[in-house]
Design a protein around this ligand. Structure first.
Ligand code: URP
Ligand code: ZN
Ligand code: ZN
Ligand code: ZN
Length: 477
């Protein structure tokens, strides 16, 4: 037969178009879009439902070791399983370079962690935490040309942060080699100074995490990162933007004509600092992430920035730590001070349903914008387009058929990650994947996980088009 599978009556949307078609799939690739395609080996009736490109989660953490006894609850199996059940068909987690470790060794280590386990396709961002001469002049250029074309740098966290000069140096390598740089923008010294004062005053509860990292800490670092990018003449992506003052910096840069991109995450739309709890409430540890959730006013600013195009990508920043037990949020004791609690919250499975329900189905954004923010723009940002991120002949058959008829209440016992809570417990959604297909194979259907560990392929990335510096030469025509 011409097709291994035909999806009939698909009401499709891409980042640009809306069309009704049958989708013909052969060997994991979309090979035809049309009306009345011949019968496939298998047939799926989409019943006129939305069929969208599978989600691409461009920011999630799986199986990252830490040095304080904290263990990430999701490895590449449970992490990609959870992603697939929530409609995500590609993940781009991190290969973390420890200080003193070669970047190449870090990448090899994460391939070991992912290879036999991943259920869906994956690429890696590197985390550059030790910008040695060898890393700058040999390892980074070599790895970028081997398909690791994006990396994250940190302006905070003692184990990870780079100084200003190091940031300028790595940005300059990114410019030379055509890589996309993701920046965690918070001012480390301000945080250290505030943390010391809070702890001295006995203010140790989870809620003080937010007071130790106020908006200005993020605003200052965002501006500094933008200035360095301007100096070096290289595009950058500011990740996990939490509120107004950082949005203003990004908009200012965009208004100057700089290629400064922005990412935000569900926690900044659905959580506030109040979710860090009252007084000595340890439950608040569940919502500790950095930057911290802000307030209702800032949530609105984040919605506006998604709608207006200030942000190009919407990611989960899934960072999975269990609340119960002694290797997760409370690894350092039963009542650790806020600065001893692992940063990060889970969300790889709930990202798409939350934005579809509260973004598209409320009329805040249209379906094409949703596809752009959650899939197409992510594929472009990291050099996976056009293989990933669209419904087109020649693209991988990574597809999601959406059920938008059923109202559900998010509940952790329905999720497939290995974390013992979701910060979104009880939030209502009226969109959830009915079927998720990864390269033509069904991995989630009608509430059942059907994936196979090891079927996910590693995706070497091209040099991303958005990472190209602006053309400043005169136009010869
Ligand atoms: O708190 C967070 N976001 N933890 C995950 C690591 C990171 O900085 O993205
Ligand atoms: Zn239609
Ligand atoms: Zn970060
Ligand atoms: Zn992160």
């Amino acid at each position: 037969k011409l097709f291994d599978c035909v999806i009939r009556n698909a009401h499709c949307a891409t980042a640009a178009d809306i069309f009704d078609a049958d989708i013909g799939i052969k060997e994991g690739v979309i090979t035809a879009l049309g009306k009345g395609l011949p019968e496939g080996e298998t047939e799926i009736d989409a019943k006129g439902r939305w069929v969208l490109p599978g989600g691409i989660d461009g920011h999630c953490h799986f199986d990252q070791p830490t040095n304080d006894g904290t263990v990430m609850a999701d490895d590449f199996l449970s992490g990609t399983r959870s992603a697939a059940c929530g409609g995500t068909t590609t993940v781009i987690p991190f290969a973390l370079q420890q200080k003193g470790q070669s970047l190449k060794a870090a990448v090899a280590d994460y391939h070991e962690r992912a290879g036999q386990k991943a259920v869906i396709d994956y690429a890696f961002h590197m985390i550059v935490s030790d910008a040695t001469e060898t890393v700058l002049s040999e390892e980074l250029p070599a790895l970028i040309s081997q398909g690791y074309t994006s990396f994250k740098i940190y302006m905070t966290y003692d184990d990870l942060k780079l100084g200003d000069r190091e940031i300028i140096d790595v940005l300059s390598v990114a410019r030379e080699e055509g890589a996309m740089v993701m920046i965690h923008a918070e001012n480390a010294d301000c945080i250290a100074w505030l943390t010391e004062r809070l702890l001295k005053a006995g203010k140790t509860a989870p809620k003080y995490h937010a007071e130790s990292r106020p908006m200005l800490v993020e605003r200052e670092a965002t501006h500094r990162a933008i200035a360095f990018a301007e100096l070096v003449d290289v595009p950058i992506l500011i990740v996990h933007v939490s509120g107004r003052e950082a949005v203003e910096q990004i908009r200012w840069a965009q208004g100057q004509g700089l290629r400064v991109y922005g990412e935000t995450c569900p926690q900044y739309l659905f959580l506030t600092a109040e979710d860090l709890g009252l007084d000595d409430d340890m439950e608040g540890a569940k919502c500790i992430c950095s930057p911290p959730p802000r307030d209702k006013g800032n949530q609105q600013v984040i919605w506006n920035a998604l709608e207006s195009g200030t942000f190009q990508v919407f990611s989960s920043d899934h960072a999975p730590f269990r609340f119960a037990g002694n290797d997760g949020k409370l690894a350092t004791g039963e009542t650790p001070s806020f600065d001893q609690i692992a940063n990060g919250i889970p969300g790889v499975e709930t990202r798409l349903a939350l934005l579809f329900s509260h973004g598209v189905n409320t009329g805040r954004m249209d379906i094409n914008q949703f596809v752009g923010l959650t899939s197409t723009n992510v594929a472009k940002m990291y050099g996976l387009y056009p293989r990933k991120g669209s419904i087109a002949v020649g693209a991988d058959a990574d597809l999601v058929i959406w059920d938008t008829d059923t109202v559900r209440s998010i509940s952790n016992d329905q999720l497939h990650h290995n974390v013992d809570y979701t910060p979104y417990e009880g939030i209502k959604v009226n969109a959830w994947p009915a079927t998720t297909m990864s390269r033509g194979r069904i991995v989630w259907q009608d509430g059942r996980y059907l994936g196979t560990p090891g079927m996910g392929q590693f995706l070497p990335c091209d040099r991303p088009t958005p990472a190209k510096p602006k053309v400043t030469a005169p136009d010869p025509l």
